[in-house]
Design a protein around this ligand. Sequence first.
Ligand SMILES: [Zn+2]
Length: 410
Amino acid sequence: MTKKIMHIGIDDTDSRKGGCTTYLAALLMEKLCDFHVRFLDYPGLIRLNPNVPWKTRGNGALVLRFSYNRVFEDQIKDTAVATLERLSAINEKGTDPGIVFLQMDTIPNELSAFSKKAESGIVKIQEALALIKKFGGEAHGYNTCRGVIGALAAIGETLTADYTYELISYRRPSNWGTKRQVNAESIFHMDKSLAPLTFNNVDLEKHRVIITPRGPDPILFGIRGETPQIVKKAFSLVKSLEPVDRWAIFRSNQGTDAHLQPVQSMCNIQPYSSIIAKGVVSKTPKIIPLRHVIFSIKDNSAEVDCAAYEPTGDLRKIARELIIGDYIEVYGAVHKAVGTKPLTINLEKIRILSLAEKTRLENPLCPKCSKRLKSMGKNQGLRCEGCNGRFDDLRKIFFLFPRCLRQGLT
Ligand SMILES: [Zn+2]
């Protein structure tokens, strides 16, 4: 009996009308148990570059890693392909499912590098196919076959750096498309008792639950957290008013900065990438109708616009207070120039590295009575309206204003 290790990557199986790649993976895991596989890790939920132009839904690919008995190899692959074909929205335009099988003990560096690229930038299908061929893998692609890229990228992302967990629970198929029945108060209670170890459960500002999706997909709710134990505990605290069909815990790069690629010089900033860049504020923030804030930063190679949009409340408040000369690090997705609108970084986070001094030229206070002096005209010195004193040798001086910003990350 020879044991081998297999990695299965799956991507882009869902459409706006339903489906969910995580559900497909959860179901496939159950089926694979028939072949006595031994899973080597939690199923991986790998968020790829959210900024690719053809994606409007969440961009998550899945990976399963397990050891298996060689005699089941063909059956395992057949089962995976059949499950994908049964649960994918193959007939929907814009859904381009892909599944990749790789048999190897450890993930080569070349493949990890490919994944990093797919998480923060744009990769071509040819690059994916060349790697699959090189490593003796097998790929099935449907429609444009774009899903093969994400499927391979998921296999290459072993989540050795930063990662989080998500427990996703699923609905009975008979309930798909109906309103989700979950007790909202239990979710607020769960969030309060387990934060910050679980996160993104509720929007406290708007008093809204955000773990339940709205669409026709099979997900009942998903809970993100720092450990498998904590998301399981959180799950036990949520009162579902409809039956939970099944649930699974995924290990994920969600809630990390994996999708952001540091750029050394701003002239290297490319549209459709997601980046981290450092620069000095070069244009005063402007507040634009619909309440977003735009400003510019530059380094010695280029100047780029940055935008903080409505949903990110604190970020907008910070952005509004920036002044020319502040040295900051920005995190976000790069949107291409459109018409008169230049290349723009849509901010996810700002790190303030150093603050410029905010000063204003003002008349000094009266040395006798401390009232603010008045100018008498050009080169005519200053006068006090309180005590009527004249001060020919006093001039305007720079006043330092306190900044309401602090160094650090928002
Ligand atoms: Zn005076």
